[in-house]
Design a protein around this ligand. Structure first.
Ligand code: SAH
Length: 231
């Protein structure tokens, strides 16, 4: 069996496990998981780690979330992405999470005129280059734009967004992100103390602009730094 076949086998085992445990349910999300090659986003880690259900260390002391966390955050219950949506991610890291979102809002092989787009903001310059390279290598540069900056301020240039996903823990929801969310849009963010467990909060902006919040589960994310993050 070739290395590629082994990786495909591992990926299918992980998908089957996630289906059984409820992390993967919707067909569009399962398709995205199958389509995105996580092995192209894990840097110096051995390729076979790509489909282990655990976070992985990359350089600059940062981690890529475990794949089940990505599955949960892109699920219908959480952000419920649809083709054509314009989205913002804070904490681009390796670019993997953004690629999975891109595959849902702008599926490979589908009508490009209907494609959505994802902007992902990353504060560590080395990771901006890493994410851009990975996304190019995996074929997502046309649907994902990586921006170097402080994502706690959002990215007003392309606002408002249908969905905003934050991959680092904040003391509270940064106000600029609420402002940059479309009425009817959704935002997900881990909120709590630095270095402790946080709550994964889903915030929905109602048509009249008010915010309704609910907690999905307990999580442990790296801290969001920057102006509206931890100092
Ligand atoms: N989504 C990533 C994992 C993100 S880990 C992936 O799929 O690989 C969290 C990331 O948030 C780290 O890369 C960290 O550098 C970044 N980060 C922390 N504070 C930030 C801020 N204020 N703006 C943008 N990125 C930030």
């Amino acid at each position: 069996m070739s290395d590629d076949e082994k990786l495909t086998g591992r990926k299918e085992e992980l998908i089957a496990h996630y289906k059984q445990s409820g992390y993967l349910q919707a067909e569009n999300v399962i398709r995205a998981f199958r389509a995105v090659p996580r092995e192209k986003f894990i840097g110096p880690n051995p390729k076979q780690f790509a489909y282990h259900d655990r976070p992985l260390s990359i350089f600059s002391n940062q981690t890529i979330s475990a794949p089940h966390m990505v599955a949960m955050m892109v699920s219908k219950k959480c952000l419920d992405f649809n083709v054509g949506e314009v989205c913002l991610e804070i904490g681009g890291g390796s670019g993997y999470h953004a690629a999975v979102i891109a595959e849902i809002i702008a599926p490979t092989g589908s009508d490009k005129t209907k494609w959505g787009h994802i902007y992902t903001v990353e504060i560590v310059e080395k990771l901006v280059d890493f994410a851009r390279e990975n996304l190019k290598e995996a074929g997502y540069s046309d649907r994902v734009t990586v921006i170097h900056g402080d994502g706690s301020l959002g990215y007003p240039e392309k606002a408002p967004y249908d969905k905003i996903t934050v991959a680092a823990a904040a003391p509270e929801i940064p106000q600029p992100l609420i402002v940059q969310l479309k009425p009817g849009g959704r935002l997900v963010i881990p909120v709590g103390k630095k270095g402790f467990y946080q709550e994964l909060i889903i915030a929905k902006k109602l048509k009249n602009g008010t915010i309704s919040k609910s907690s999905m589960c307990g999580v442990a994310f790296v801290p969001l730094i920057g102006e509206h993050g931890f100092s």
